[in-house]
Design a protein around this ligand. Structure first.
Ligand code: NAD
Ligand code: IPM
Ligand code: MN
Length: 353
């Protein structure tokens, strides 16, 4: 049976890297026993310009029938970010209860970290981001709008259920990794209500995993420690906003945002999980064909793993690292001069070779 994949390339470089991911999947599907059926959806800022909505009514229902969703990037100048993101990306994550966002950080073969004297043995951790609640809440609003007293209030929502399901996933993940260690991002010294509650949930869930060691850091020093002691980290779990920030900072020590993959997981498997690079639509380089496709290709590896296509996942990851390891064909962000397509061509040559 073919895996049914919904494609949402979205905006900017999303339109350039998504086809490269599809090319790799199509190459893998030449093997017996592996097949994909792709259906593309045009939901994007361009779609918004034509229709006044980011996606039509009924889109969620239609997408719910797919096995997985592969998304490029959402957001482009011309449509306010809070409109485009709250019209497409954030509702998809919520409607499909993708409460776990996995964002691995690993220094790929051949790439150099901007941190002096740090190699692949020092940089290998995974950020687990709460993906459905927290600081990204709709509760709040503006008061005294237009007056000198103007103000805005935004509530953070941390629930026991929402925290425990992501923490449970994170502890389980830690259990499966050699270091069996988890670090929680907190700020319970300054954020008076939600963060002490988060810490309590961590301690409660942690008791169920006696074989996992865990610690916690306030987000400020945690960010600093990513730079000074990346080797301390294995599984790093945080609220929606803390996880968002850590998952740009993490890749910054491992080659940058152009190599950062992510998976929005629905742990029950009842609704589709969604796979997308960490990066956005990169308007500054969009249309030039120079975006780094590694983030998307590694994202495709995560999707294959989630589909239990481990051999295909390993082969694609192996091909990506064969190319980075050689160091000849790299895009501009990694110091090379290859185009998006040329990098993927090199990966495909390894995959087919
Ligand atoms: P961005 O990730 O789009 O770009 C940040 C910087 O990184 C830019 O200089 C860009 O050129 C570079 N970059 C990003 N991806 C790259 C790649 N694959 N190869 C080479 N360079 C790359 O972040 P931004 O500029 O803050 O956001 C631009 C738009 O994208 C905004 O509308 C934002 O809201 C949206 N966004 C969407 C997502 C998403 O869909 N998941 C994520 C982040 C930002
Ligand atoms: C990400 C992005 C999104 C987020 C934005 C664009 C809403 O930064 O996927 O990391 O904050 O989740
Ligand atoms: Mn982000």
């Amino acid at each position: 049976m073919a895996h049914r994949i919904a494609l949402i390339p979205g905006d900017g470089i999303g339109l350039e890297v998504t086809p490269e991911g599809v090319r790799c999947l199509e190459a893998l599907a030449r093997r017996p026993g592996l097949d994909f059926e792709f259906t593309e959806f045009p939901y994007s800022c361009e779609y918004y310009a034509k229709h006044g909505v980011m996606m039509p009514e009924g889109a969620i229902d239609e997408l719910s029938g797919f096995d997985k969703i592969l998304l490029g990037a959402v957001g482009y100048p011309g449509v306010p970010d809070h409109v485009s993101l709250w019209g497409l990306l954030i509702p998809l994550r919520r409607e499909f209860q993708q409460c776990v966002n996995l964002r691995p950080v690993r220094l790929l073969r051949g790439l150099t970290s901007p941190l002096r004297n740090r190699g692949p043995e020092d940089i290998d951790f995974i950020v687990v981001r709460e993906n459905n609640e927290g600081e990204y809440s709709e509760i709040g609003g503006r008061l005294y709008d237009g007056l000198p007293e103007g103000m805005a209030i935004q509530s953070t929502v941390i629930t026991r259920k929402g925290s425990e399901r992501v923490l449970d996933f994170a502890f389980r993940l830690a259990q499966s990794r050699p270091a069996r260690h988890l670090s929680s991002a907190t700020k319970s010294n300054g954020i008076k209500h939600t963060m002490p509650f988060w810490d309590e949930c961590v301690a409660d869930v942690g008791r169920r995993y006696p074989d996992v060691t865990w610690d916690q850091f306030h987000i400020d020093i945690l960010a600093a420690n990513f730079v000074t002691h990346p080797d301390w980290f294995d599984v790093v779990v945080g609220s929606n906003l803390f996880g968002d920030i850590l998952s740009d900072l993490g890749p910054a020590i491992a080659g940058g945002i152009g190599v950062a993959p992510s998976a929005n997981i629905n742990p029950t498997g009842e609704l589709p999980s969604m796979f997308e690079p960490v990066h956005g639509s990169a308007p500054d380089i969009a249309g030039k064909g120079i975006a780094n496709p590694i983030a998307m290709l590694w994202t495709v590896v995560m999707m294959l793993e989630d589909l239990s296509e481990q051999q295909a996942a390993d082969d694609l990851m192996g091909a990506i690292e064969a190319v980075t390891g050689e160091g000849r064909v790299l895009t501009g962000d990694l110091g090379g001069s290859a185009s998006t397509r040329e990098f993927t061509d090199a990966v495909l040559a390894h995959l087919n070779g």
